[in-house]
Design a protein around this ligand. Structure first.
Ligand code: ATP
Ligand code: PRP
Length: 210
């Protein structure tokens, strides 16, 4: 009996950019991912399902084995606390940078600065490495507002074109890391469904190379 391969993805740009890679591997959703309200999508392969969840939840579903594989941004993986994941393939999709940004012309010279971000672990580690004292203020989105509204001196957030920063009078100050999405695999599944998962990884690697 074949075991189901469950793939965890998030709606939006990761789903959009992952579908062509899955198609290359012969996997096509039956339900329209853009319009369906279903959270488990059937595919043209009976034993392959797609879970559509929040981006930050993908590593958790894969770590606990509720999905054997998934696609998550490196930014999300850097925040994840667990150790039950392999990251075998850089999918080179949803590429951007995680950066420190502040109001145009403002210096970050205070002894202790306030930093607003949803990337608490990454921000803490970045400022600790620099020896800069930082109070990290956890937000869940729209980080660009924090310096303008007087909540923080700077933010740690994703930057792609830079247009969101610019539109809000902010400018990049420091580059922390380049970001892209990764294929993640549950460590136990890699052993228990070794042949199946290795074949899937190989197909996805080919899709990325193509
Ligand atoms: P949620 O909607 O669940 O809160 P989210 O807003 O982080 O999550 P997306 O905006 O779809 O979800 O981002 C998913 C991933 O895409 C991020 O984790 C990051 O790796 C990447 N990403 C985010 N913003 C950009 C961008 N502007 N350009 C390129 N890649 C991006
Ligand atoms: C992301 C990110 C930045 C923006 C950067 O937001 O949080 O705000 O993209 O991209 P840019 O440099 O090209 O402007 P997104 O568009 O995903 O909206 P979100 O707030 O819903 O995550």
């Amino acid at each position: 009996m074949t075991q189901t391969l469950t793939i965890a993805l998030s709606k939006g740009r990761i789903l959009k950019d992952t579908l062509p890679l899955l198609e290359y591997a012969g996997i096509v959703p039956i339900d329209d991912p853009d319009t369906s309200r279903k959270l488990i999508l059937d595919t043209n392969q009976n034993d392959v399902k797609l879970l559509v969840i929040r981006a930050a939840d993908v590593p958790t579903y894969v770590e606990y084995g509720a999905a054997q594989v998934g696609v998550a941004g490196k930014d999300v993986l850097m925040e994840h606390e667990g150790t039950g994941l392999y990251e075998p393939v850089d999918l080179k999709i949803a590429t951007c940078r995680i950066m420190v940004a502040a109001q145009e012309g403002k210096s970050l010279s205070a002894q202790r600065i306030k930093v607003a971000t949803k990337y608490v672990k990454t921000a803490r580690s970045h400022f600790a490495t620099k020896g800069q004292q930082a109070e990290i203020i956890k937000l869940y989105g729209s980080m660009e507002l924090a310096p303008i509204a007087g909540l923080a001196d700077c933010i740690v957030d994703l930057v792609d074109t830079g247009s969101t920063l610019k539109a809000n009078g902010l400018a990049p100050v420091e580059h922390i890391a380049d970001i892209s999405s990764r294929l993640v695999v549950n460590k136990a599944s890699m052993k228990l469904q070794s042949a199946r998962i290795k074949e899937f990884i190989r197909q996805i690697e080919n899709a990325v190379a193509a």
